[in-house]
Design a protein around this ligand. Structure first.
Ligand code: NAP
Ligand code: MG
Length: 473
């Protein structure tokens, strides 16, 4: 539904210019969307699973049919190279097909009964109408990670995209309108503080699924706690990478650079701090500088571009400020570190050394193309440094020593440990974080659990008097 509220502008980060002007939703439209979702839930939840699965396969086919339009919209709104956006459209198609089928196999269980003549059925039921709040860094992927499993399990949704990135959702909404009954997927537009909070606190919204910053996630967690509403929170990170002595420094440098600079470092699971074994430290730094300086930064519509701009001027300024603060505390920039002299919000991918955990660059989420490196001299020191953070999203290791992998998944309180293949999503496995990184799991069969609640049916097969019941004379 077109918004009837105030206008806001969508800026293309590669040009710095206005791409389009859109109207936000009013609070009344937010209420209408919540009501529509609640109403549609009755019939959507009552469909047979094969019928619902069929509709989700149709959504996947609709996304495929609009691949070009979606990839272009994503490139305009995120600044990410077009070729990568095609990959993300592929993944979105895959996610809908996967949940269409996985949900067919979603079963409950029969729990042991108290007594003979009884059945205890444990069923998975939808939560109802789910408010989905999406960030600007992966507007399509992070949306389908929530919406596909939510719909597959019989929920309906109201989506609020980030104000900076509503373009791909406009295309996706055409697919939903063609393939799903009215009211199953609804969209509201506008700022988080007004439209977003209006959605979160609407009494017809039964659950919140939020991906975004830790700061906003905590606030929404408090609002939801007051309303006893489940809040599924995917928040920020400060992921470490550890390069052990047995790793080939050249190969590891390529992996680390990829994991730090993908999407201009604006990935929740970006490698944000790197610890390298002292004996290979110098060689690693040399290699990573060479890889970094070879990266082609530029127009995201150019097929040869590897790295686009940051999403906004404000975020670029924040990242450059963090680098400057580290340098004034003794750090050294050994590659990049500057804005590009052209329109748009480009900056060169940056490598920083001589850093420590007192610096914001090593302790706060940077969310930019910056790769700060420290040396370590023992395994204990490496694991201690990696664990020295309030976040718990992911960690990556570069090693061929199984013992180190076992130690990492035992000691690091994170949702994902990547070994020799960083920042790769496997749709079949759960994704999410702990502590300041949130409480949720998306993807895998785990998402089917996240978007359902257990319902118990305690069934005495015959009506018969129980010895403990009150007995009338
Ligand atoms: P954000 O400011 O927290 O915003 C995320 C979404 O919530 C946007 O749609 C935003 O709308 C909305 N929002 C903002 N304030 C709100 C409020 N008070 N009530 C309701 N909704 C509100 O996050 P961001 O800066 O866009 O995204 C970057 C962050 O997301 C990083 O910290 C990153 O690590 C995290 N992230 C986490 C994951 C994960 O899976 N764990 C994945 C990707 C990103 P407006 O922008 O329109 O105001
Ligand atoms: Mg924000």
């Amino acid at each position: 539904m077109p918004g009837a509220g105030p206008e806001f502008r969508v800026i293309d980060p590669a040009t710095g210019e206005t791409h389009s002007t859109i109207r936000a939703s009013t609070q009344e439209q937010v209420s209408e969307a919540a009501e529509a979702a609640q109403r549609a839930g009755e019939s959507w939840g009552a469909l047979s699973q094969p019928e619902r699965s069929g509709a989700l396969h149709a959504v996947a086919d609709g996304i495929r049919a609009r691949e070009g339009l979606l990839a272009e919209a994503l490139t305009h709104e995120t600044g990410r190279p077009l070729s990568r956006n095609h990959l993300y459209v592929d993944m979105a198609v895959d996610v809908f097909h996967m949940y269409a089928e996985l949900s067919r196999a979603l079963g409950g269980r029969v729990a042991p009964s108290n007594d003979p003549g009884q059945l205890s059925l444990v069923l998975r039921a939808p939560h109802g109408a789910i408010g989905c709040l999406i960030p600007w860094n992966y507007p399509l992927l992070l949306l389908v990670f929530k919406v596909a499993p939510a719909l597959a399990t019989g929920n309906t949704v109201v989506i609020k995209p980030a104000s900076e990135t509503p373009l791909s959702l406009a295309v996706l909404s055409e697919v939903f309108a063609e393939t799903l009954p009215r009211g199953v997927v609804n969209t509201v537009l506008g700022s988080g503080r007004t439209v977003g909070e209006g959605l979160v606190t609407d009494p017809r919204i039964d659950m919140i699924a939020f991906t975004g910053s830790t700061e906003v996630g905590r606030r929404l967690g408090v609002l939801c706690a007051e309303l006893t509403k489940p809040a599924h929170l995917e928040l920020g990170g400060k992921d470490p990478a550890i390069v052990f002595e047995d790793a080939d420094p050249h190969v590891a440098a390529e992996g680390v650079a990829w994991a730090s600079f993908l999407n201009a470092g604006q990935v929740c699971t970006s490698t944000e701090r790197v610890y390298v074994a002292a004996p290979i430290y110098d060689r690693f730094v040399e290699e990573v500088v060479a890889v970094t300086e070879s990266i082609r930064v530029g127009d995201p519509f150019d097929q040869t571009t590897q790295l686009g701009p940051m999403r906004s001027e404000g975020r670029r300024r924040k990242v450059l400020g963090e680098i400057e603060a580290a340098v004034s505390a003794g750090a050294r920039v050994v590659a990049g570190g500057a804005p590009l002299d052209r329109p748009g919000f480009f900056m060169t991918p940056t490598v920083v050394v001589d850093v420590n955990h007192e610096m914001g660059l090593m302790s706060e989420e940077t969310f930019g193309p910056v790769l700060p490196i420290m040396a370590f001299s023992s395994e204990d020191e490496a694991f201690g440094l990696a664990a020295d953070t309030p976040y718990g999203l992911g960690a990556s290791l570069y090693t061929n020593t199984p013992r180190l992998v076992e130690r990492a998944y035992r000691e690091l309180n994170v949702g994902t440990v990547w070994v020799n293949d960083p920042v790769v999503d496997n749709l079949a496995a759960p994704f999410g974080g702990n502590r300041a990184s949130g409480n949720a799991r998306e993807l895998g069969v785990e998402a089917l659990e996240s978007f359902t609640t257990a319902r118990h049916v305690h069934w005495n097969l015959e009506l018969e008097p129980k010895p403990w019941w009150y007995r009338g004379e």
